[in-house]
Design a protein around this ligand. Structure first.
Ligand SMILES: Cc1cc2nc3c(=O)[nH]c(=O)nc-3n(C[C@H](O)[C@H](O)[C@H](O)COP(=O)(O)OP(=O)(O)OC[C@H]3O[C@@H](n4cnc5c(N)ncnc54)[C@H](O)[C@@H]3O)c2cc1C
Length: 434
C-alpha cells in the first residue's frame, strides 16, 4: 500500500522556502508541494538582496531550479498570499503550510531622525541595484534616482554594510560578470563618492562583518582606509590587524580620487538632523566625552530588517497561525543569517513537520492545489513562465554583465506568458516615491 503523503504549501520562494521544499521532497517523493511567490520570479533575496557582484552566492539558484524542473515541485509565481489568495483559503486546503516570507523592509534607526534629512535603508539600496521592480528610494522629478552625493555615512557594521560600502566605492568599470542594474548604479553614483564613514556600536572585536567581506573592501585600489574608536587590547584581533595594515592618513580629498572609508567603532548614533542641504549625524563615541557631528549627503542604515507595509498589501503574517502552520528562514530568525543558515533551519523545521505528521498530530486530507487553482488562475506564473523571463534576461544582458533584470512587473508578465498577460504590459512599473 502506498503511504499517504500530505499536500504542502510553502509561502515564499527565497532560500528558506526552497530548502524546505527540498527536504520535504526527500521524505515524501509523491507529495504535492507547491511554492507560492508574490513576484513573478523566484528566489527572494538570493536574486534581490545578495549583492549583484557576488554571483558565486547566487549560483545556488541552479540547485533550486532542479526542484521545479525535475522534482515535481510546483512554482506558483505572482501570487501574493493575503492579496491574491486569502491565507485562510490556502491553509484550509493544504495539509501543511510553511511560512517562508522573509522580512520586507529595513529596520531603520532607533535614534531620533528629522524626516527632512536623507536617510535610506541599505536593503532598499541593494534591492534597487539588484533590479527589484519596487524601488523604495527618493526620485528626481524626471524619475531618475536621486544621487547619493559625495559624502556618505553607513550606520551598522555587518555584512550588508560591507556590501553597501563595496558597491558604492568600487570603480564603475569593475562590475564585470555581475547583474548590477547599471542605470540605477550610475544614477545613484552620479556624483563622485568621496567619503564613507561607517559607524558600529560594538568594539572592533565584536564587529559583525566577516573578514572576507572586509578584505574585499581593503583590496579595492579605489579606497583608502581610516579607523577610529579602538579602545581595547587588540593582540590577536584579525580585524584590527587587517585594518591597521591598510590604514593611511587622510589626504586633502581634492587631488585624491579614491574613496576615503573610515570605520568608527564604539560609535552610537544619537540623532539625525538637517544642516543646510546636508544631513547631520550626531554620534556618541566611547573615546570622547562630547558627541561628534558628521555632515553628510546621505545616511544609509544597515541595522537589520523587519516587516513593514505588510498590513495593507497582504495582511499581517503574524496572524497566520494554525496547527498545520510552520515558519522558517528570516521570518522566524528576525532577519538573521546567511543562505547556508536557512538550509540548516529548513532541515530542522522539515524534521519537526515529518515527526508531527508521523505521530498523527496534524489534521490531514486537504484537497491541495486543485482546490485553489481557480482562485489564482488569473495571476499565476508557472515555472515555465519564469524560465521565459530568465532566458530573456540572459539573452539581453549587456556586454560584461551576466544578466539584465527586467524591473517592471507587467513586462515580466508579458514575457512569462504573452497570451495570458499581453494586455497588462501596457501599465507602468512600480516605482514608489519616498
Ligand atoms: C542585502 C543583502 C545581502 C545579502 N548577502 C548575502 C550573502 O552574500 N550571502 C549569504 O549567504 N546571505 C546573504 N544575505 C542573506 C540571505 O539573503 C538571506 O539569508 C535569505 O535570503 C533569507 O531567506 P528567506 O527565504 O527567509 O527570505 P527571502 O529571501 O526574503 O524570501 C522570502 C520570499 O517570500 C516572498 N513573499 C513574501 N510575502 C509573500 C506572500 N504574502 N505571498 C507570497 N510570497 C511572499 C518574497 O517575495 C520573497 O521572495 C543577504 C541579505 C541581504 C538583505
Amino acid at each position: 500500500m502506498v503511504e499517504f503523503q500530505p499536500s504542502i504549501a510553502i509561502i515564499g520562494s527565497g532560500p528558506a522556502g526552497c530548502y524546505t521544499a527540498q527536504f520535504l521532497r526527500k521524505e515524501w517523493p509523491h507529495a504535492e508541494i507547491c511554492v507560492f511567490e508574490a513576484l513573478p520570479v523566484p528566489y527572494g533575496l538570493l536574486r534581490y538582496g545578495v549583492a549583484a557582484d557576488h554571483q558565486g552566492t547566487k549560483a545556488v539558484a541552479a540547485q533550486f531550479d532542479r526542484l521545479f524542473e525535475r522534482e515535481n515541485v510546483r512554482f506558483a509565481g505572482n501570487v501574493a498570499v493575503g492579496k491574491n489568495l486569502a491565507f485562510e483559503e490556502l491553509a484550509s486546503n493544504f495539509d501543511i503550510v510553511v511560512l517562508a516570507t522573509g522580512l520586507n523592509s529595513d529596520r531603520g534607526l532607533t535614534a531620533e531622525v528629522d524626516p527632512s534629512s536623507r536617510v535610506l535603508g541599505a536593503g532598499s539600496l541593494l534591492k534597487a541595484l539588484n533590479g527589484h521592480p519596487e524601488v523604495d528610494l527618493p526620485l528626481l522629478p524626471n524619475g531618475a534616482l536621486t544621487p547619493l552625493g559625495e559624502r556618505l555615512a553607513v550606520v551598522g557594521n555587518g555584512n550588508v554594510a560591507m556590501d553597501t560600502i563595496r558597491i558604492l566605492s568600487k570603480p564603475l568599470h569593475n562590475f564585470q560578470g555581475s547583474d548590477v542594474d547599471d542605470k540605477r548604479l550610475s544614477e545613484l553614483r552620479a556624483e563622485r563618492v568621496r567619503s564613507i564613514d561607517v559607524f558600529g556600536r560594538s568594539p572592533i572585536s565584536n564587529a559583525k562583518f566577516d573578514l572576507s567581506m572586509l578584505k574585499e573592501i581593503l583590496h579595492l585600489p579605489s579606497v583608502t582606509i581610516g579607523v577610529t574608536g579602538l579602545t581595547e587590547a587588540l593582540e590577536g584581533c584579525q580585524r584590527y590587524q587587517l585594518l591597521s595594515q591598510h590604514e593611511s592618513p587622510a589626504s586633502d580629498g581634492v587631488s585624491d580620487s579614491r574613496v576615503r572609508v573610515t570605520f568608527h567603532f564604539e560609535a552610537d548614533p544619537l540623532c539625525v538632523s538637517k544642516r543646510g542641504d546636508r544631513s547631520l549625524l550626531t554620534v556618541r563615541r566611547s573615546t570622547q566625552d562630547l558627541p561628534s557631528e558628521f555632515e553628510v549627503d546621505t545616511i544609509i542604515t544597515a541595522t537589520g530588517f523587519e516587516n513593514k507595509h505588510c498590513e495593507a498589501a497582504t495582511g499581517n503574517v503574524e496572524d497566520w497561525v494554525g496547527k498545520n502552520v510552520f515558519r522558517t528562514g528570516w521570518l522566524s530568525r528576525n532577519g538573521k543569517g546567511t543562505v547556508a543558515e536557512n538550509r540548516r533551519e529548513a532541515k530542522a523545521v522539515s524534521q519537526a513537520i515529518i515527526t508531527q505528521f508521523k505521530a498523527g498530530d496534524l489534521p490531514v486530507c486537504a484537497k491541495g492545489f486543485a482546490a485553489i487553482e481557480k482562485t489564482i488562475e488569473p495571476y499565476v506564473v508557472d515555472f515555465r513562465g519564469w524560465k521565459n523571463i530568465d532566458s530573456h534576461e540572459l539573452a539581453t544582458a549587456n556586454p560584461d554583465r551576466c544578466r539584465r533584470k527586467i524591473t517592471d512587473v507587467p513586462k515580466m508578465l508579458s514575457i512569462a506568458a504573452p497570451s495570458k498577460f499581453g494586455q497588462q504590459a501596457k501599465s507602468g512599473n512600480m516605482i514608489r516615491m519616498v
